[in-house]
Design a protein around this ligand. Structure first.
Ligand code: DAO
Ligand code: DAO
Ligand code: DAO
Length: 205
C-alpha cells in the first residue's frame, strides 16, 4: 500500500510515517561478513526524522540551497546528526540465529569505533555501560522490531517489539549511532544517498 515502503531484497516493509511526524527517509540492509566467507543479511533498517524539527532547525540555514548544493554540503549532514532533531532508526531482524553475544560484539565494533572517533579514547566505560544493558534474557528472533529513537535532548530510547528496554541521555551515543547509517562509512551507501536526498528536499523552502 502507499503508506508502507518495501525493502526489495528481503520483502520487509516499513511504514512511511512513524508516530505523527517522523517521516521515512530511506531504507537499507545491514550485512555482515562471516569469516570472510559469506555475507549474511542481519537486519533491514529504516531511518526516520521529525519533519517539523528538520524545518525548524535547518531550513533557515539551508532552505535556500538547491538540492545538488545540499547534497554536496558536508556541514549539512553533520548538522543533521548533531542537532536536536527527533529521529528513529528502526531495525527489523532478518538473521534467525542472532545471539545477544553477537549483538554485543557487533555493537562494540560498530558503535565502539564511533564512540572513540567522536568522543576520544576515554569511552571504554561508556561502552561497557551500554552493552551490559543487553541482557542475556532478551530474545531477538527473526522478525523482531528494534526502534532506536532519538528523543528531545539527545535521549536515546530503545524498544524491542514496542517494549521499552532502556533510555540513555548521551549526545555522543546518538551521534555515533546515526553515523552508522548516514556517516562517512555507512552500512549501506545507497540508503545513505536516499536519506540525504529526502532530508534535503524536506528542508527546502
Ligand atoms: O553468528 O557469528 C555470527 C554472525 C552474527 C553476526 C551478527 C551481527 C550483529 C549485528 C548487530 C545486530 C543488532 C540488533
Ligand atoms: O548494526 O552494528 C550494528 C549496531 C546496531 C545497534 C544495535 C543496538 C541494539 C540494541 C538492542 C539490543 C537488545 C538486546
Ligand atoms: O541506563 O537507563 C539505562 C538503561 C539503558 C538501556 C540501554 C538499552 C540499549 C541501548 C542501545 C543503544 C543502541 C545504540
Amino acid at each position: 500500500s502507499s503508506d508502507t515502503v518495501v525493502e526489495s531484497k528481503t520483502g520487509v516493509s516499513f511504514p512511511s510515517v512513524l508516530g505523527d511526524s517522523r517521516k521515512l527517509l530511506g531504507i537499507g540492509l545491514r550485512r555482515k561478513s562471516v569469516l570472510g566467507l559469506k555475507n549474511i543479511d542481519v537486519y533491514a533498517f529504516g531511518v526516520y526524522a521529525d519533519n517539523g524539527d528538520l524545518k525548524k532547525l535547518l531550513s533557515e540555514k539551508y532552505g535556500k540551497l538547491s538540492l545538488s548544493e545540499l547534497r554536496e554540503n558536508k556541514e549539512f549532514n553533520e548538522d543533521v546528526m548533531e542537532a536536536d532533531i527527533c529521529m528513529t532508526v528502526r531495525l527489523q531482524i532478518i538473521y534467525s540465529k542472532l545471539s545477544i553475544r553477537s549483538v554485543r560484539s557487533a555493537f562494540e565494533e560498530s558503535v565502539g569505533t564511533r564512540l572513540r572517533k567522536f568522543g576520544g579514547s576515554d569511552n571504554k566505560e561508556l561502552l561497557q555501560r551500554f552493552t551490559s544493558q543487553f541482557k542475556d534474557e532478551y530474545k531477538i528472533p527473526r522478525g523482531s522490531v528494534i526502534d532506536l529513537s532519538k528523543e528531545r535532548g539527545h535521549v536515546l530510547r530503545t524498544t524491542i517489539d514496542g517494549k521499552e528496554v532502556g533510555s540513555i541521555q548521551s549526545k555522543l551515543l546518538c551521534r555515533s549511532l546515526l553515523d552508522l547509517y548516514i556517516g562517512e562509512d555507512p552500512f549501506d551507501r545507497k540508503a545513505k544517498e536516499d536519506i540525504e536526498l529526502n532530508l534535503a528536499s524536506l528542508v527546502q523552502k
